[in-house]
Every structure is written in C-alpha cells, then in structure tokens.
Design a protein around this ligand. Structure first.
Ligand code: SF4
Ligand code: SF4
Length: 60
C-alpha cells in the first residue's frame, strides 16, 4: 500500500500552524516541527496548496 504523507521543509516553514488547521483529516501536528501522521493523510494536497511558505510537499 502506498504511504500517504507530506514532508515539511524546515528551512521554509514559519510554524504558522495553518496547515494543521486546514487538514480535513487532522493528520498534521506542530511539535518542534510539522509532522504528518501517514495513517490519517489521504494526499489531498490541501495543506500544500494552503501553505504560504511553500514548505510542504508530498512524500514519495
Ligand atoms: S502552513 Fe506551511 S509555514 Fe505554516 S506551519 Fe504549515 S508548513 Fe509551516
Ligand atoms: S495532504 Fe491532505 S490529508 Fe494529508 S496532511 Fe495535507 S491536508 Fe492533511
């Protein structure tokens, strides 16, 4: 099964937590950095489209 997850580029992320808010699956959390729960993520890319810093991408 394909793993669904997003990766954060920490040199771009400003830790606004907006991606945590927009994720419809509650898959993201802001710890010391943004982490994605691959058991919840459906690769909808809403967070990627939202991120004002362009810090997220699909993990392949
Ligand atoms: S929306 Fe982008 S800049 Fe904001 S916390 Fe998420 S990854 Fe970081
Ligand atoms: S791709 Fe969709 S489900 Fe996965 S973390 Fe981003 S908003 Fe949430």
């Amino acid at each position: 099964m394909m793993i669904m997850s997003v990766l954060v580029n920490n040199s771009k992320c400003v830790k606004c937590a907006g991606c945590v808010s927009v994720c419809p699956k509650d898959a993201l959390a802001l710890k010391s950095e943004i982490v994605c729960d691959e058991k919840k993520c459906i690769n909808c890319e809403i967070c990627i489209t939202f991120c004002p810093a362009g810090a997220l991408r699909i993990k392949k």
